[in-house]
Design a protein around this ligand. Structure first.
Ligand SMILES: [Zn+2]
Length: 167
């Protein structure tokens, strides 16, 4: 009952991922309908229910556009797990403040990049100019498209893909 279920708003916008148990609760309460049943059925004593992969809320829920959470995991994902100084892929990546914090650098998307330990050490507490280093890409805040927010589930949930397009 813990498989991820994609939840669409009443206007088909993908807004959330919940588990099967929660999705069944919404369906039984009449608050959602099944869009995709990729997973067979759930049998109770009296009834058989579709086991949903994608559900859609009956009404439209208004909510602020989500933002990608600023954390190490998401910075590494944005930077495609490559050091933004030397381009090396590494499982040991650290987070570097491009303008060091003690020099007024903010803890913000535009000032954080993935850096391998060697480059991070080499740069130390200096600015790019002082360290004579340059970035491969200008850091940015990722746009929270449905693909970006939920795309990591698609490998195991193929039926989701077409619901994520265009949002
Ligand atoms: Zn590096």
């Amino acid at each position: 009952m813990n498989e991820p279920v994609l939840v669409l708003n009443g206007n088909y916008e993908p807004i959330h991922v919940c588990n099967t148990k929660r999705a069944m609760g919404l369906l039984m309460a009449g608050k959602a309908t099944v869009m995709e049943n990729g997973r067979g059925f759930i049998h109770t004593v009296s009834r058989t229910y579709e086991r949903p992969a994608v559900i859609r809320l009956v009404g439209v829920v208004h909510r602020p556009r989500p933002r990608v959470r600023l954390c190490k995991r998401e910075v590494l994902r944005r930077d495609e797990y490559r050091c933004q100084y030397c381009g090396q892929e590494s499982s040991q990546l650290t987070i570097d403040h491009v303008v060091p914090r003690y020099r007024g650098g903010e803890h913000a998307w535009e000032n954080l990049v993935a850096a391998c330990p060697q480059c991070n050490r080499r740069k130390g507490g200096r600015t790019l100019a002082e360290a004579r280093m340059r970035l491969l890409h200008q850091p940015f805040e990722p746009r929270p498209t449905a693909q970006y927010l939920f795309g990591r589930y698609v490998a195991g949930n193929g039926t989701w893909a077409r619901y994520l397009e265009g949002w």
